[in-house]
Design a protein around this ligand. Structure first.
Ligand code: UDX
Ligand code: ADP
Length: 480
């Protein structure tokens, strides 16, 4: 029986291994992590991540051919194929601070593999890492090999949170990068056979190691670039009276462009886009490609601009101050159908409003109070380190309350900001909400989920990204 071990039981490792276990009953899959609470949660009824469809799969496979364990070394030493899916934070100090990936967790995983292995191993890069990481890991393993042979493969994950199971069931493609030697090709074939249990062969792409690593960074940079492009257009729409939904629809009808990923928003978030682009920028700079680095940097700058622009719209509409005013924040996760808050635009928007002394009442369907408070008091780039290494500034969040109901969050508020596109926010009783708010009642839709005309009829002053402006907002400055 083939044995797979995955180091790192996070958003990538957990769902990916659950689907491999489901689709390959003849393979034994162990997911290991140094975090005991995380593993305990995977072994309980309350899984550590919210992801539609995952509970059923874990229930079906756990204890049969899917195991979650803290016995990292035992499972690594027994495995034929080891996936490494550990965190790769952005460096906060030293060489490449603010851009380069910190490979501490990767390196310690590689050294542990070298320490405990007694048989040949295929080591698969699953977390996004800079190009040529595989080569560095290969060196660590071969210099500590004790006669054991290692093959390194890059198999980047393309799942998106909230649709992870769907994405894993029918991926657009599976990418496997390996060495072009006979042993490299054998390893590539072994991994291909795992995916071939359910993925059609023509969707499994084989490349060299570096192409696979770079393709992941490139794909995320292209996706993020689309969002920054449409968000840049949204600012121009507001200035000219065009409607971003109409523009995006018309643009997306061109089959060369396509309709997906053209939703204007308050900005993109998530654990990948910003981190991967910063990584790409750093690699370009290290290779002397300043213009290329600056080109990609701009995608992040527009994203930051979009978040600032939103905060400025809120403050300037509300008579240039939100000091002491209750503002309801509907949605804190970085997108719907996930409880993940890593790099969510809500962090910067909330911090911006708190900077103007607002009183925030936050409601999200999946995010806990603890997590919201942690995000609002954490330093930039600290989120990808274990909790005990995250430095908090305790003063930051006393102006924040977290509630479990949209009506409570909005009761008595001067304004509402919608920051995540949860379906629930489309069907709230906005008349009831309006009646219980201070007047004039403002609603700022950062995700284009509400029916602007209906809300205006109720009496709201509405701002919706990239849409023709309310008469009220027209005279207000868009940026300070
Ligand atoms: C992304 C990639 O899609 C995935 O392939 C990769 O493996 C990991 O990174 P993820 O971050 O989980 O996945 O979510 P994604 O759906 O890409 O959304 C990222 C951010 O962009 C979210 O904040 C989302 O709200 C925002 N977004 C997305 C928009 O603002 N507009 C859009 O049209 C699409
Ligand atoms: P991703 O979104 O890429 O899955 P996460 O941060 O959710 O990333 O998950 C990474 C996991 O890797 C964390 O649960 C962390 O505890 C685990 N981890 C990091 N280093 C090691 C290690 N050396 N051995 C085992 N697990 C590790």
């Amino acid at each position: 029986m083939v044995k797979i071990c995955c180091i790192g039981a996070g958003y990538v490792g957990g769902p990916t291994m659950a689907v491999i276990a489901l689709k390959c009953p003849s393979i034994e899959v162990a997911v290991v992590d140094i975090s005991a609470p995380r593993i305990a949660a995977w072994n309980s009824d309350q899984l550590p991540i919210y992801e539609p469809g995952i509970d059923e799969i874990v229930k079906q496979c756990r204890g049969k051919n899917l195991f979650f364990s803290t016995a990292v070394e035992k499972h690594v030493s027994e495995a034929d194929i080891i996936f490494v899916s550990v965190n790769t934070p952005t460096k906060t100090q030293g060489l490449g601070a603010g851009k380069a990936a910190d490979l501490t967790y990767w390196e310690s995983a590689a050294r542990m593999i070298a320490d405990v292995s007694k048989s040949n191993k295929i080591v698969v890069e699953k977390s996004t890492v800079p190009v040529k990481t595989a080569e560095a890991i290969e060196k660590i393993l071969t210099h500590n090999s004790k006669g054991i042979k290692y093959q390194i493969l890059s198999n980047p994950e393309f799942l998106a949170e909230g649709t992870a199971i769907e994405d894993l069931f029918s991926p657009d493609r599976v990418l496997i990068g390996g060495r072009e030697t006979p042993d490299g090709q054998k390893a590539t074939q072994a991994l291909k056979e795992v995916y071939a249990h359910w993925v059609p062969e023509d969707r499994i792409i084989i490349t060299n190691l570096w192409s696979a690593e770079l393709s992941k960074l490139a794909a995320n940079a292209f996706l993020a670039q689309r969002i920054s492009s449409v968000n840049a257009m949204s600012a121009l729409c507001e200035a000219t009276g065009a409607n971003i939904s109409e523009v995006a629809h018309a643009v997306g009808k061109d089959t060369r462009i396509g309709p997906k990923f053209l939703n204007a928003s308050v900005g993109f978030g998530g654990s990948c886009f910003q981190k991967d682009i910063l990584n790409l920028v750093y690699i370009c700079e290290c290779n002397g490609l300043t213009e290329v680095a600056n080109y990609w940097k701009q995608v992040i700058k527009v994203n930051d601009y979009q978040k600032n622009r939103f905060v400025n719209r809120v403050v300037s509409s509300m008579f240039n101050t939100v000091s002491g005013k209750k503002i309801a924040i509907l949605g804190f996760a970085f997108k719907k159908d996930t409880g993940d808050t890593r790099e969510t635009p809500a962090i910067d928007v909330c911090k911006g409003l708190l900077g103007d002394k607002a009183q925030l009442s936050i409601y999200d369907l999946q995010v806990t109070e603890d997590q919201i408070r942690r995000e609002l008091s954490m330093k930039k780039f600290d989120w990808d380190h274990p909790i005990h290494l995250q430095l908090m500034s305790p003063a930051a969040v006393k102006e924040v309350s977290v509630v479990w109901d949209a009506y409570e969050a909005t009761n008595g508020a001067h304004g509402i900001c919608i920051l995540t596109e949860w379906d629930e926010f489309k069907t709230l009783d906005y008349k009831k909400i309006f009646d219980n708010m201070q007047k004039p009642a403002f609603l700022f839709d950062g995700r284009n989920v509400v029916d602007v005309e209906k809300l205006r009829e109720i009496g709201f002053i509405v701002y919706s990204i990239g849409k023709p402006l309310d008469a009220w907002l027209k005279d207000m400055p868009a940026m300070a």
